[in-house]
Design a protein around this ligand. Structure first.
Ligand code: S3P
Length: 432
């Protein structure tokens, strides 16, 4: 259990958050199937990415790591991977699992994928069904969950229509399609994060996106060549401090070198609509967009999000709920049933934890209504991450503006995506 700190004088100073989780996973995987060496700088050392790194080592990919600097000696093709001696451990990481289901389909052996309790409850048919359309064979439990057996073998191209808005599923299809002799086309319900497409292009693939962003076409059997990938800061990690500096009076924080891919910046649009004070300083780049973000505290108004808003803010919805808990009025988040199948059922967990703070929350099958109040009336000071990294960090941010001392159970979950979260938070609390 951790005693959470308040921030009576606000948060202050400048911070470079750790590397983007989505990009760190993808750089390892594309490096593994490229020809030659891939160097990854500012790689995220969080547990989820460590699981991707170890799983790739387990199938024979030589990878060296010194802190946040990683070197991948590419095998040129998943067909050159070697059968692992044991099951591949996915830990808590949905991204490792789903993307590897695509990548490992190109091998010549069967891999067994296992996860922790939370991951072994999450739905996997959303990946195995689209992959089956390309000829990939994956066995799941009767409940459609891990453990999985991924049977490597021939893969063909085709057009796959996805019925969940999921970048993980889209990416799995393209990673499988790398070995197909004909084009692989994905049609999405709503546009989702496009890091896989951007990085595939950087490594030499021909992959194009339609004007409405919903149809993406990968030309067959690209020649991928090892690259230097400099990973930008993770906006999903920066978001904790954007929200903290917004809701804790007297704050002023600058977050540097953050990824600003438009498929991820829903939280910036939410902050803007709620009346937050965030300035974006773009940094010239090619490929992924980068920038610095400067934020000062503000009073907020409520917000209403619906299905089309959700993919670009999916991982930040716990923070949107916290913003709503401080705004003057009732906010709604709808069309977000995906929250129920994240690391926890985030709809249920958000209701439980925000009610402890005395905030009125209504639960819907696909979202929440939250009525904010400027000063909370804490009912239960023992908060709990429920083993979910993003819930744990959101609650630590909530505690900064609580007048009642709060504690956090299961705080170690933050290491999944942000191992030095509490140290960085402490730096901004003291920096004044
Ligand atoms: C991710 C996609 C998202 C996100 C997850 C990372 C990715 O999941 O929630 O944290 O790296 O592709 P879905 O695409 O399944 O929504």
């Amino acid at each position: 259990m951790r005693k959470l700190e308040q921030a009576p004088h606000g948060l202050h100073g400048e911070l470079a958050v750790p590397g983007d989780k989505s990009i760190s996973h993808r750089a390892l995987m594309l490096g593994a199937v490229a020809t030659g060496t891939t160097t990854i700088e500012h790689w995220l050392t969080g547990e989820d990415c460590q699981h991707t790194l170890q799983a790739l080592r387990d199938v024979g990919v030589p990878i060296e790591r010194k802190g946040t600097m990683v070197t991948v000696h590419g095998k040129g093709d998943a067909g050159n991977f070697v059968a692992p001696a044991t099951s591949l451990a996915m830990g808590n990481s949905g991204t490792t699992t789903r993307l590897l289901m695509g990548l490992l389909s190109g091998t010549s052996f069967t891999s067994k994928l296992v996860g922790d309790d939370s991951l072994e409850r999450r739905p996997m048919q959303r990946v195995t069904q689209p992959l089956a359309e390309l000829g990939v064979k994956i066995d799941l439990t009767a409940a459609g969950t891990l453990p999985a057996q991924v049977h490597g073998g021939p893969v063909h191209g085709g057009t796959v229509r996805l019925n969940v808005a999921s970048a993980q599923v889209k990416s799995a299809v393209f990673l499988a399609g790398l070995n197909a002799p004909t084009p692989t086309v994905v049609v999405e319900k709503l546009p989702t994060r496009d890091h896989t497409e951007i990085m595939l292009r950087q490594f030499g693939a021909d992959i194009t996106t339609s004007a409405d962003q919903r149809t993406i076409t990968l030309q067959p059997q690209p020649h991928l060549t090892g690259q230097t990938v400099v990973v930008p800061g993770d906006l999903s990690s920066a978001a904790f401090f954007l929200v903290a500096a917004t809701i804790v009076p007297q704050s002023g924080v600058k977050l540097t070198n953050v990824n600003l891919n438009p498929t991820r910046t829903g939280i910036l649009r939410v902050l803007d609509q709620m009346g937050a004070d965030v300035t974006i300083e773009p940094i010239p780049t090619t490929g992924e967009l980068w920038g610095n973000l400067v934020v000062h505290s503000s009073q907020l108004r409520p917000i209403h999000l619906t299905a089309p808003d959700i993919p670009a803010v999916i991982d930040e919805l716990p923070l949107v709920a916290l913003l709503a808990a401080t705004a003057d009025g009732t906010s709604t988040i709808r069309g977000a049933a995906e929250l129920r199948v994240k690391e926890t059922d985030r709809i249920a967990v958000l209701k439980t934890e925000l009610e402890k703070l005395g905030v009125a929350v209504t639960e819907y099958s696909d979202g929440l209504a939250i009525t904010g109040r400027p000063a909370w009336d804490v009912q239960n000071s023992e908060l709990d991450s429920h083993g979910d990294h993003r819930i744990g960090m959101m609650l630590a941010i909530a505690a900064l503006r609580s007048h009642t001392p709060l504690t956090l159970q299961n705080e170690e979950a933050v290491a999944v995506s942000y191992p030095q979260f509490f140290t960085d938070l402490e730096q901004l609390r003291e920096d004044h």
